[in-house]
Design a protein around this ligand. Structure first.
Ligand code: NAD
Ligand code: ZN
Length: 357
C-alpha cells in the first residue's frame, strides 16, 4: 500500500512497508540478500498463536528458526535476552544471519537489543503487530529492556534493516491495546499536525470499525510524524523531546498507579494536564481542552483518575531540579505545535494534576 524511507544521520537507512497482509514479506526480505542466511523469528506467546503459522508459510523454503517467549512487559528483561542468545548460539547463528521481531513493542525492543549486541550486532527486521509498535516503537532505533524496576534502563540505539507493517494485524488486537496506541496517535496530531488531529475526530467511526484504508492512512501519517522528528534529532539531544508530550506527568501517573492503567491512558491524562498549563499560559483555550477530552473518550481513554497528587509529583520531580530549570516540560503553542518549556512551576504542575483528578 505504501512505503516510507527512513534516514539515519542524513543517510537512507531502511524502509517501512505498509501492507494489508504478509504476502509481500518474502519479496521485501529478499531485497536484503537473505540467500543462505538463517532467520530467527522472535515472538511472544500471544502473537505466536495467531500469526506464527502464517508467517512460517510465507517464508517457506527459507532457513527459519523460532524463539517464543511469554507475552508481557514483565518478560522484557535480561533473562529473556539471555534465552534468545542461547537459541542463537545453539543454532549456530553468525553475524550474517538475521532476526525477525514479530509482535508489539516488547518483542521489538527485546529482539532489537539482542540484534544490537549478539556478536556485536546482527541484522534485524521488525514486523510490528500492535498500534503502539506500528506508530511508535518500530521507528527511531531505540531498543532495550527493563532492569529491576527501572523501565528501559538498559539498551542501545540500533536500526532495523526493514519494518514490515501488516495493518490487518490490528484486527486481532484487544481494544485496550488499540486505545493505548491511540494515545500516541493523538499526541502526534497535537505536537505536529493540527489537520491530522481533527481528522482523528472526523474519521473516528471508520478507525474504530477497523476500516483498513483509514487505519493504513492513520498509521502512515503517524509514522511520518515520528520519522520526521527522530530524523532531525536521532539521539534525542533536543527537539526529539517533543515526542514526550504528555509523558512527563504521564510516566509519573503510570508509576503511582503501579502500571494498572495503560500507557496510552497515562499519556492521555498527562496531555490533559499539560493542556491545563497551556491554558494558564494563554496558549490554548478551554474549548481545546474539552475537545481533547471528547476525542479521548471516543477512543476509550481515561480522562480522569484518582491519585495522590503530592505522591505523583514526588515520584518524578525534586524541587531543586525544578527551580534550576532542568525539567524540560513539553507544552503546545497551539494545536499542532509543541515546544520545550523550562519554566513550569511546581504550583502549575500540582494544579495541572489536580485538574485530572
Ligand atoms: P506489547 O508488545 O506487550 O503488546 C501488547 C499485548 O498485545 C501483548 O500481550 C501482545 O502479546 C499482544 N499482541 C501483540 N500483537 C497482537 C495482535 N496483533 N493481536 C493480538 N494480540 C497482540 O506492548 P506494546 O504496547 O506493543 O509495546 C509496549 C512496549 O513498547 C513497552 O515495553 C514500551 O517501553 C515499548 N516502547 C518502545 C518504544 C521505542 O521507541 N523503542 C516506543 C514506545 C514503546
Ligand atoms: Zn509513549
Amino acid at each position: 500500500l505504501d512505503r516510507l524511507e527512513v534516514n539515519f544521520e542524513n543517510k537512507p537507512c531502511y524502509d517501512i512497508v505498509i501492507s494489508d497482509d504478509f504476502s509481500g514479506l518474502k519479496k521485501e526480505l529478499n531485497k536484503l540478500d537473505i540467500d543462505n542466511k538463517r532467520i530467527c523469528i522472535v515472538t511472544d506467546s500471544n502473537v505466536a498463536e495467531i500469526y506464527l503459522d502464517n508467517i512460517k508459510e510465507e517464508l517457506s523454503g527459507l532457513n527459519v528458526f523460532v524463539h517464543t517467549f511469554e507475552a508481557g512487559e514483565k518478560n522484557k528483561h535480561l533473562g529473556t535476552v539471555s534465552d534468545i542468545y542461547d537459541t542463537l548460539i545453539l543454532n549456530k547463528f553468525d553475524r550474517k544471519d538475521i532476526l525477525l521481531a514479530l509482535g508489539g513493542g516488547v518483542v521489538g525492543d527485546v529482539c532489537g537489543f539482542v540484534a544490537a549486541t549478539y556478536l556485536r550486532g546482527i541484522d534485524f527486521v521488525q514486523i510490528p503487530t500492535t498500534l503502539v509498535s506500528q506508530v511508535d516503537s518500530s521507528i527511531g532505533g531505540k531498543t532495550g529492556v527493563d532492569f529491576k524496576h527501572y523501565k528501559n534502563m538498559v539498551g542501545a540505539f540500533y536500526m532495523p534493516r526493514l519494518v514490515y507493517v501488516n495493518i490487518d494485524t490490528l484486527s486481532t488486537l484487544p481494544m485496550v491495546e488499540f486505545s493505548s496506541g491511540m494515545g500516541e496517535v493523538i499526541k502526534h496530531g497535537l505536537i505536529f499536525d493540527r489537520e491530522y488531529y481533527y481528522w482523528l475526530f472526523e474519521n473516528s467511526k471508520n478507525i474504530l470499525a477497523g476500516d483498513l484504508k483509514t487505519l493504513a492512512n492513520m498509521v502512515l501519517v503517524s509514522q511520518k510524524i515520528k520519522k520526521q522528528v527522530v530524523e532531525n534529532d536521532p539521539y534525542e539531544k533536543g527537539q526529539r523531546a517533543i515526542l514526550n508530550f504528555g509523558h512527563t506527568l504521564g510516566h509519573a501517573i503510570e508509576k503511582e498507579k503501579k502500571f494498572t492503567l495503560s500507557h496510552g491512558d497515562c499519556v492521555g491524562l498527562g496531555m490533559l494536564a499539560a493542556f491545563y498549563i497551556c491554558i494558564k499560559k494563554s496558549k490554548l483555550r478551554k474549548e481545546d481542552r474539552s475537545f481533547l477530552t471528547d476525542l479521548m473518550k471516543i477512543y476509550s481513554l481515561d480522562t480522569e483518575t484518582d491519585m495522590d497528587v503530592e505522591k505523583v509529583f514526588g515520584a518524578t520531580f525534586n524541587d531543586k531540579k525544578m527551580e534550576s530549570g532542568k525539567i524540560k516540560f513539553i507544552l503546545l503553542n497551539s494545536i499542532g505545535e509543541a515546544y520545550i518549556d523550562r519554566e513550569v512551576s511546581k504550583n502549575d504542575m500540582m494544579e495541572a494534576l489536580d485538574s485530572i483528578c
